[in-house]
Design a protein around this ligand. Structure first.
Ligand SMILES: [Mg+2]
Length: 190
């Protein structure tokens, strides 16, 4: 039974796009909202012509997972001075616990530390929200768009479930429900 899903950021939940509506106003601006009024496209404060977009269904799926009681976290090697502000701009801060951003200087395309970050996130849950019933690695799912990151995490945390991000498909992040259902059905049959 999956109790915690840990996501990568770039190309897993979000992707950048060219957009002339981004005019570098000095603060994060909401450009578009989804049908529930949640931000789906935001423009950064100081970059002209670029926006950050959620993949389809990201806000809806993350809120649904939290509503079901699934814990959510983030292990990201995105720029630590940018990504947390972007999460605030999307108004997603309350969804994630123990999110792990890269330290300044070690964020560029290096997945070697993601295994350590995922292990640290699980530990943080187990001394906080989950101390009465600690998470087993088999109750955790890690999602990333890079195979080397999935490998680094699977090697560092034996027994964890990892899955390649499929959010570029037309269903966006909704595939994650099928992945979780399949893992849960399999674990019930053991
Ligand atoms: Mg990525």
């Amino acid at each position: 039974m999956i109790r915690l899903v840990i996501f990568d950021f770039g190309d897993t939940l979000f992707h950048g796009e060219d957009d002339s509506r981004a005019i570098a106003t000095g603060k994060w601006e909401i450009i578009e909202r989804d049908e529930h009024g949640r931000p789906s496209i935001v423009a950064p404060p100081s970059i002209n012509g670029k926006v950050e977009c959620t993949f389809p269904g990201v806000q809806e799926v993350l809120h649904e997972l939290r509503w079901r009681g699934t814990w959510l976290s983030v292990a990201s090697s995105a720029d630590p001075e940018y990504a947390p502000c972007m999460i605030d701009a999307f108004d997603m801060g309350s969804l994630f616990r123990h999110a792990f951003m890269a330290n300044k200087g070690d964020w560029q395309q290096n997945c070697s530390r993601k295994g350590d970050w995922v292990a640290a996130i699980i530990h943080d849950f187990n001394i906080a929200e989950c101390q009465d019933e600690p998470l087993k690695p088999s109750e955790v799912l890690f999602v990333d768009d890079l195979m080397r990151c999935l490998k680094a995490v699977a090697n560092r945390v034996p027994g964890i479930h990892v899955v390649m991000s499929l959010a570029r498909g037309s269903n966006g992040l909704r595939y994650i429900f099928d992945v979780i259902d399949e893992i849960n059905e399999e674990s019930e049959n053991v």
